[in-house]
Ligand binder design. Sequence first.
Ligand code: SF4
Length: 357
Amino acid sequence: MPFYMDIVQHYGKKAGDISAVLRAHYLVHARILPWRTPPGSPAPPNPYHVWLSEIMLQQTTVAAVIGYFGKFTQAWPDFAALAGADDADVMAAWAGLGYYARARNLLKCARIVVAEYGGALPAEEEELRKLPGVGPYTAAAIAAIAFGQRAVVVDANIERVVSRLFAIGEPPLRAKPIIKQAMDRITPAQNSGDFAQAMMDLGAGLCSAKAPKCAACPIAPYCAAYQAGAAEAYPVKLAKKAKPARFGTAYWIERDGHVLLVRREGRGMLAGMRALPDDRWTARKDGDRLSPFASNWRILGQTVQHSFTHFTIEMRIAVTEGPPRSEYGEYWPINSLDKAGLPTLFMKAAKAVLTGR
Ligand code: SF4
C-alpha cells in the first residue's frame, strides 16, 4: 500500500481531531463573504445565494465574483425573479465574468427550479446533480453549505490542502479519487458545510500554492507534507502544455457616435453574446480575414490578446465608417458601450480603439 494510504488510515482515525481543530479555527477566522452565513449564526443559509455563488465561483476567483454577486442579487433576488428575466439582460449582466455557458445554464436551472421544484432548490446531492450547470463538486457544496447535508466537497483549494495533509504524491488524474477518499475520511457527520468552507479558507489563505504559512496552520500537527518538510511538493503537477495560439480580426464599424454590434450565433463560443463582428476565428482555426463588406479599412497599430481555457488569441482591429443602416447588426451608442454586455475580449478591442484617439 502506498505511503500516503497509511497516512490516510492513520490520520483518518484522527478525523474528529482534524475537523474539531479546523472548526475552532474557522469560527474565529472565517472569511466574510456576501453569500455566506457566518458560522454559528442562527439564520439558515440562503440556498439561492449559495447556488448562485457556487456557479459564479466555478473557475473564477472570489475577488472577481463579489461585484457580480451583488449585481445579480439586486436585479434578481430569488429563483422566481431570475427565471422570469430576459435572457439578453442576464447575458449582459454576466459579461466580463467569462465561461458564458455558465450564464446560459444559470437561466435554465432557475427556470427548472421554478417549474419543477416550486422555486426552491432540492436539498439532496443526487437531485441537485440533475440540474443544468451543477456538477458533482457544486452539488456537494450546495448540499453541505445550504442544507447541512453530509457531503464530500473537493474544490481546487481543498484538493491542495488534502494532498498536503496526506502527502498524496500521485499525478493529478490518479490523485483525484484518492483525495476524495481522504476528504471523505475527515469530513464530519455534522456541520460538513462549515468544514468544507473551513478547508476552502485554509487553501485560499494559509495553505497557499506557494510559500504556505505552515507555522500558523491549525492542522500542522496532522499534516504529513509539513512534517516531512515538503509542503510545496504537493500536489504533484504535470508540466503545462502550451495552448494553441490563434489570430483573428475584429471589425470596428462606426457611424455618428455609434458602433456596429452583432449578436453571436446561439451555439459555440460566446454564444448569444453581443460582440464586434469578426472574421470567424474559432478555437481550432485562425480568422479568414474576410471583412463584412468592401470599405476603406484601416488596421489599428495595436492588437489585443486574450486567453481562453483552450487557446489564446491575438486579434487585430480593422476600423471603418459604416453605412447608415446595416443588415449585420445594430448600431450601439459608443458612450454607453459598457452597458452592451460585451465579452472581455471585445471590450479590450473597444478600449484599444477608443484610447488610441
Ligand atoms: S501545515 Fe502547511 S501544508 Fe499542511 S495544511 Fe497547513 S498550511 Fe497546508
